[in-house]
Write a protein that binds this ligand. Structure first.
Ligand code: NAP
Ligand code: MG
Length: 398
């Protein structure tokens, strides 16, 4: 059989622990037999990040800027315990944070739906994609305790002119918080959302609390409305809508909906709602994640971590049944996007086939351990496979 050819390399970011093991198997069993795979390889595994003083992470992000599409394995974000475990020179920053800062992107998280795994909200028939603004608000806030006295907000402009606003005149102990965002970041977020919605041909809903936060959230609402003017014609042509509404209203609408929506959220709303949506769809191992930059650069990954507990079993020689589906979809997403950009219909068709084979394998009752208890389909008794056998079962359907 002739292998499918590629033109431009994918930026390949390898990672850590169990997902690093799955990474190798996915390539070996599901991709390399069918595609003449071209990648520019970056080892983001913690030992090599440490060895290069984390330069490899920056290099991989710059390569993504150059080529346009990357696929990333889950990586360890070191904490004190990891510094000891890996004897690190330093507690290196989160690779995802570093990459996001360079690409200036927005993260979109979408569940993979399978017939037989019913969401906790059974009316959700199609994916709900959460787009989380990943800059500012309480994540970059400063706060402090107060006693009796005045807390004020002071802004000094470039000429040294001061503007003072009273926050609260305290008559006892209290607490204050100062947070910010930038028009540039909000505009990038808006563009990433409009681009993604057009790409997926899904309607876009955006929500804030501008009735209460008239200036702060009102600025988000205004910028989205302004940027939408550039996209309006393309949205109408694609037959999709942009809707702005209040956060509480959208929560009610989402619960009543059947899915098939991109829901753009401010940073905190996205943090909270993405966990709610992921849980409601059944499993974190069935959630994909893609970082989209305002210039239309894409980095695909799984939404879960390196599955440490399974890895420790694996290195002891025990069999594991870790779910590789979200990582497979990271690869298929990246290959499809590469095919789209390089005009390679065979590569795009392969990505579709790989996803269909993965879903069909589960729907026919062969799956990893995490899904067995969730799966309910008449006439089919779910069978638990180890990761490698599950990958082989998928390969046999391609
Ligand atoms: P995790 O790796 O997502 O795993 C948490 C638990 O969720 C697992 O122990 C497992 O439950 C279940 N799980 C997650 N993915 C699974 C899969 N594919 N198949 C089967 N079960 C799965 O999160 P964590 O344990 O909090 O973090 C581990 C490491 O990952 C940390 O070092 C963290 O820094 C890193 N991390 C990286 C990323 C990223 O690169 N994007 C994201 C999050 C975390 P059971 O043990 O009950 O089977
Ligand atoms: Mg969260």
């Amino acid at each position: 059989m002739q292998k499918i050819q590629m033109k431009t390399p994918l930026v390949e970011m390898d990672g850590d622990e169990m997902t690093r093991i799955l990474w190798g198997w996915i390539k070996e069993i599901l991709i390399e037999p069918f595609v003449d795979l071209k990648t520019e390889y970056y080892d983001l595994g913690l030992p090599y990040r440490d060895k290069t003083d984390d330069k490899v992470t920056v290099d991989s992000a710059n390569a993504t800027l150059k080529y346009g599409v990357a696929v990333k394995c889950a990586t360890i974000t070191p904490n004190n315990q990891r510094v000891e475990e890996y004897n690190l020179k330093k507690m290196w920053k989160s690779p995802n944070g570093t990459i996001r800062a360079i690409l200036d992107g927005t993260v979109f998280r979408a569940p993979i739906l399978v017939d037989g795994i019913t969401p906790y909200i059974p009316t959700w028939k199609k994916p709900i994609v959460i787009a989380r603004h990943a800059y500012g608000d309480i994540y970059k806030a400063v706060d402090g305790f107060t006693g009796k006295g005045k807390a004020e907000l002071v802004y000094t402009d470039k000429n040294g002119e001061k503007q003072t606003t009273l926050i609260h005149d305290f008559d006892g102990d209290g607490i204050v918080c100062g947070m910010h965002n930038t028009e540039k970041s909000i505009e990038s977020f808006a563009r990433a959302c409009f681009n993604y919605a057009l790409d997926m041909k899904l309607p876009l809903w955006f929500s804030t609390k501008d009735t209460i936060s008239k200036l702060y959230d009102g600025t988000f609402k205004r910028i989205f409305a302004e940027v939408y003017e550039e996209y309006k014609e393309r949205f109408e042509k694609a037959g999709i809508e942009y809707m702005y509404t209040l956060i509480d209203d959208v929560v009610a609408r989402i619960v009543r909906s059947e899915g098939g929506i991109v829901w753009a959220c401010k940073n905190y709303d996205g943090d909270v709602m993405s966990d709610m949506v992921a849980t409601a769809y059944g499993s974190l191992a069935m959630m994909t994640s893609v970082l989209v930059s305002p210039e239309g650069i894409y980095e695909y990954e799984a939404a879960h971590g390196t599955v440490t507990r399974h890895y420790y079993k694996y290195i002891k020689g025990e069999e594991t049944s870790t779910n590789p589906v979200a990582t497979i979809f990271a690869w298929s997403g990246a290959l499809r996007k590469r095919g789209e950009l390089d005009n390679l219909p065979d590569l795009m068709a392969f990505a579709d086939k790989l996803e269909k084979a993965t879903i069909a394998t589960i729907e026919n009752g062969e799956m990893t351990g995490d899904l067995v208890s969730l799966f309910k389909k008449e006439g089919i008794t779910p069978k638990k496979l180890n990761s490698k056998d599950f990958l082989k079962a998928i390969a046999s359907r391609i």
